[in-house]
Design a binder for this molecule. Sequence first.
Ligand code: NAI
Ligand code: ENO
Length: 313
Amino acid sequence: MADAPLYGRVAIIGLGLIGSSIARAARRAGGAGTLVAYDQSAFVRARVAELGLADVVADSAAEAAEGADLVIVCTPVGVSGAVAAEIGPRLKVGAVLSDVGSVKGAVVRDMAPHVPAHAVFIPAHPIAGTEDSGPDAGFAELFQGRWTILTPLSRADDAEVERLKAFWTAMGANVDAMSVEHHDLVFAIVSHVPHLIAYNIVGTAADLEEVTQQEVIKYSASGFRDFTRIAASDPTMWRDIFLNNRDAVLEILGRFTEDLQALQRAIRWGEGDALFNLFTRTRAIRRSIVEQGQDTAAPDFGRRPPAKTDAPQ
Ligand SMILES: NC(=O)C1=CN([C@@H]2O[C@H](COP(=O)(O)OP(=O)(O)OC[C@H]3O[C@@H](n4cnc5c(N)ncnc54)[C@H](O)[C@@H]3O)[C@@H](O)[C@H]2O)C=CC1
Ligand SMILES: O=C(O)C(=O)Cc1ccc(O)cc1
């Protein structure tokens, strides 16, 4: 990290898990000269002050954005357009506006119209998080060794994209760039639909009358436990993700449903080879993720060493 901070004044709007982690990580990395925070919740603003997460706690998003070199919107994606409408007119010449939303197409659609020509909008998405929310859930190491995806809108922004990339790199992230459309399809399959499946299976178990709530909790030291962690993720955030990445999620869900029906058929007709071949392929995917060190987001629920053989038992 160079002696001078990458940005003089950084404003963070929304100080939940991600916003407060950026505040902590940016301060530790020396990425910001002055940190300004605003959250619509008075409770969160008070907590940010108590925890000393920012130099200034502003009374409105517009006040936070005033004079900032970098503004990062860290709210649920459903309100990012309204936040941009409020801060857009207050962005100074040369300011960079960014976000952390899990969806990019809808965020660009909703935010970009409010960005003045004298500012630069660079959407971003850190692929790091937990099932927890709020300013107390954040931590400075959250982005360490994780990807952050930038979806720049124009080659004209290249110099600012490099500076934002350096900001995320200083916080420990690996940074990649891709188009908005590609982002939304990729994260529909690797993040959004898996969350939907977790919400669904936990909901199905909760609704089952023969299995009591007690047994669900008692015997959940298996795969189901991993699903319950994911299904504990923030309801507002995930409602907004599904409503705002509708097309990509529906496309992947369509394929998923077809594949699930094929599995159903294989079980019904005793097609063991079809099951075995799929499970062998999926085991290889898991192993390559582990080898690449990308399995550190979730707690380790008693993982056993891999079996020695892949032959059917
Ligand atoms: N939680 C996760 O694992 C990840 C979340 N994201 C994205 O980060 C964003 C924030 O998520 P979290 O930090 O997890 O949520 P969170 O629920 O912990 O924090 C969101 C904060 O935004 C505030 N807020 C809501 N509306 C606001 C408004 N109009 N003006 C100002 N503040 C407002 C809330 O009071 C809350 O403190 C979401 O867009 C989400 O898609 C991205 C990567 C990972
Ligand atoms: O907690 C988990 O397992 C996550 O998958 C965290 C997460 C949630 C949403 C994102 O857009 C990125 C990461």
